[in-house]
Ligand binder design. Structure first.
Ligand code: ADP
Ligand code: MG
Length: 431
């Protein structure tokens, strides 16, 4: 966590009790997004915040909203989250900062027990955290009214809209009084986010945290142009070389468990997976077993991966190139945190993923020169069976060929020189 050492929590206008809770939490200094957002939110203003994943956006809305309403009785705070996992984590952060003031938190998420949630809602919680879909279910059934809400929070707004929640968000927003505070937080300012902000917010103050060289995580990024049928063996090679925790992103739910099963069959057994069709308890178990270190490797889709707050992942592997370029940044944001150097490996299919890779590079304003484009698959003949050839730049982490089973020999699909160039253009992405 990058924090601004020039600013102290005491300068932000918070109560003594809140400052004690923050100290107890171990947050030494506010992060830049917290330093700028908290005073505005405390003053009751609408605030539109854009700041990268992992920059501390949650506390930047939790702390001021609790501070504003801690002496009042009634459901005044509603935070909307894109996924169950993010909603739960947000609920936990609210609990830390609000329970000591006697405030109750209710979390409403898909997959959980509807009746239990109904009871929690009936008990007039002070704070409601919900996914838009689930909250609409409760509204339809008359389990909850939103007339009291005075602070509406859209967390991870870009992701909520990408997930197709625009309609539900409109339905919810219509039921909340117009005289309210609205806080919107997003990793990116996509056009859809701006549109929602125009509709739902009242002359918002804007907080935009640009990444600086110091705040940018150090991530060594590598791009492997390989066909689909080579991905599994490349993955196994990385997993065997990498001793730390690995986050593997795939494009479909089916692939999460298919690849987990294939890995287990091949003897890599410290692996778990998560996707949105799993029952809530199984999803929670997978995340907690990954966090506790029982499993070193987790395989996930974007939706699930985004919500898992694990900040010491050693290696992010993009088994499939993300559909949206912005997801690339979210995915690799799982690594390189806490000032450690992280690793990200991306598997791209020559001829299929060229556009996506170009979009990823454009997102950061970096253009790939045409000569850095991959050779089409037919020209890219397997050259030899040297295990090291696919990672020419990092010989020290290459497993000796004897460690890999014979059938796992990797055939290189691009020229080593080309790999070096492609790696170079990726290097500047996070800068
Ligand atoms: P974002 O929503 O921007 O992706 P989070 O709110 O999830 O980021 O915060 C990322 C991590 O940083 C969390 O584990 C959180 O506990 C930690 N964190 C937040 N604020 C601070 C702080 N001021 N000092 C230290 N750690 C912090
Ligand atoms: Mg967040």
């Amino acid at each position: 966590m990058d924090t601004n050492t020039n600013v102290s929590w005491a300068e932000l206008g918070l109560s003594k009790e809140m400052l004690e809770l923050i100290e107890k939490e171990g947050y030494k200094h506010p992060s830049p997004v917290q330093h700028l957002t908290i005073p505005l939110a405390l003053a009751g203003k609408d605030v539109l915040v854009s700041s990268q994943t992992g920059s501390g956006k949650t506390a930047s809305f939790v702390i001021p909203s609790v501070e504003r309403f801690k002496e009042k009785n009634g459901t005044y705070i509603l935070a909307l989250s894109p996924t169950r996992e993010i909603a739960q984590q947000t609920g936990e952060v609210f609990a830390k900062f609000a329970k000591p003031f006697g405030m109750k938190v209710a979390v409403c998420i898909g997959g959980a027990n509807m009746n239990e949630e109904k009871e929690a809602l009936a008990a007039s919680p002070h704070i409601l955290v919900a996914t838009p879909g689930r909250l609409c279910d409760h509204l339809e059934r008359g389990n909850v009214w939103l007339d009291f809400i005075q602070c509406l929070i859209f967390d991870e707004a870009d992701r909520m809209l990408e997930m197709g929640f625009a309609k539900q968000i409109d339905l919810i927003t219509e039921q909340i009084p117009k005289e309210r505070q609205t806080l919107m937080l997003s990793a990116t300012f996509a056009p859809a986010v701006e549109k929602l902000a125009r509709k739902a917010m009242n002359h918002p103050e804007q907080v935009v945290i640009q990444k600086t060289a110091e705040t940018a995580p150090k991530i060594e990024q590598e791009l492997f142009w390989i066909p689909e049928e080579r991905k599994l063996s490349q993955l196994m090679r990385i997993l065997r070389q990498e001793k730390g925790t690995c986050f593997v992103f795939v494009s479909t739910k089916e692939k999460t468990f298919q690849i987990a099963r294939l890995l287990i069959n091949k003897g890599i057994t410290d692996v778990t997976y998560i996707h949105s069709d799993l029952q809530q308890e199984h999803r929670e178990l997978a995340v907690s077993e990954f966090k506790s270190g029982k499993f070193r490797i987790i395989i996930a889709t974007d939706v699930m991966g985004r919500g898992i707050d694990v900040d010491d992942v050693a290696h992010v592997i993009n088994y499939d190139v993300p559909k949206e370029a912005a997801d690339y940044i979210h995915r690799i944001g799982r690594t390189g945190r806490r000032g450690q150097t992280g690793h990200a490996s991306t598997f791209a299919i020559p001829g299929k993923d060229d556009k996506s890779i170009e979009a990823i590079s454009k997102l950061r304003g970096v253009k790939a020169p045409p000569k850095d484009r991959p050779a089409p698959p037919r020209e890219a003949r397997p050259r030899h069976h040297d295990q090291r050839s696919a990672r020419p730049q990092t010989p020290k982490v290459v497993a000796p060929p004897t460690q890999a089973p014979k059938q796992e020999v990797i055939q290189e699909t691009i020229k080593p020189g080309l790999m070096a160039k492609v790696k170079g253009f990726f290097k500047s992405l996070m800068g």
